[in-house]
Structure formats: structure tokens, C-alpha cells
Ligand binder design. Structure first.
Ligand code: DGP
Length: 113
């Protein structure tokens, strides 16, 4: 796949406010936050979209959710946070390197916009 700017963040070619890193993933604050806490978690091994994930990725995808919970807790928001994964342009995806948005620090509406 084509490198996205998230690959450049992993490679430290673009600066980011990194809050968590392990061998499988990296998490950093969104440049355009939609909530007081808005963090993105990305796999280091890039998958463009959720729909591109396979059975081989199931441990990785589970890991991203476990890490999301840990980060929300670290940020002081274990009681209420929202996780979002946009798949495809019409769903709001703009960077084609799978990422989980962690949003917290305000109330969220349902249904989402
Ligand atoms: P999505 O629309 O779901 O593809 O989310 C992409 C998010 O990535 C969007 O909320 C803004 C964020 N973003 C885009 N470019 C950068 C960047 O260079 N640095 C950081 N930290 N976030 C970025």
C-alpha cells in the first residue's frame, strides 16, 4: 500500500504528540481534536481500512481496543469515552491507514452525525 502520513509519524518523519507506543501500535493526539481528549491509535503494520483486515489481523485489532481502554483510563476518562473507526470516504475516513479514534471529555450524542 501507499505510505500515508501516519507511516511518517511512525517513522518520526512528521512530529506528533505521542501518548503510547508498543511493538504493535502507536497512539498520538489528533491534530484537529473533536473533544477535549482526541487520540488516534494506529497499527504499526498498516491496514488501509477495516474492510481490508483479515483473520490474521484479529489479535492486532483486539489489541488496539485493549490499548484504547488503557489510554482512556490513563487520560482519566475510564467512565465515558467513545471509540470510532471510519471506513471509507463517505463514512468520514480521510487517512487510509486504519486508526481508532478515542474521544473523551465531553458528552456525545447518539445517533452519531
Ligand atoms: P479520519 O477522518 O477517520 O480518517 O481521521 C483522520 C484524523 O487524522 C483526523 O481526525 C485528523 C487527523 N490527522 C490528520 N493529519 C494529521 C497529522 O499530521 N497529525 C495528527 N496528529 N493528526 C492528523
Amino acid at each position: 500500500m501507499m505510505d500515508t502520513l501516519f507511516s511518517k509519524i511512525i517513522a518520526r518523519q512528521i512530529p506528533a504528540d505521542i501518548v503510547y507506543e508498543d511493538e504493535l501500535c502507536l497512539a498520538f493526539r489528533d491534530i484537529n481534536p473533536q473533544a477535549p481528549v482526541h487520540i488516534l491509535i494506529i497499527p504499526k503494520n498498516p491496514i488501509p481500512k477495516v474492510i481490508d483486515a483479515t483473520e490474521a489481523d484479529k489479535d492486532l485489532l483486539g489489541h488496539l481496543l485493549i490499548v484504547a481502554g488503557k489510554i482512556a483510563k490513563n487520560e482519566g476518562h475510564e467512565e465515558a469515552f467513545r471509540l470510532v473507526i471510519n471506513n471509507g470516504e463517505n463514512a468520514g475516513q480521510s487517512v487510509f491507514h486504519l486508526h481508532v479514534h478515542i474521544l473523551a471529555g465531553r458528552n456525545f450524542n447518539w445517533p452519531p452525525g
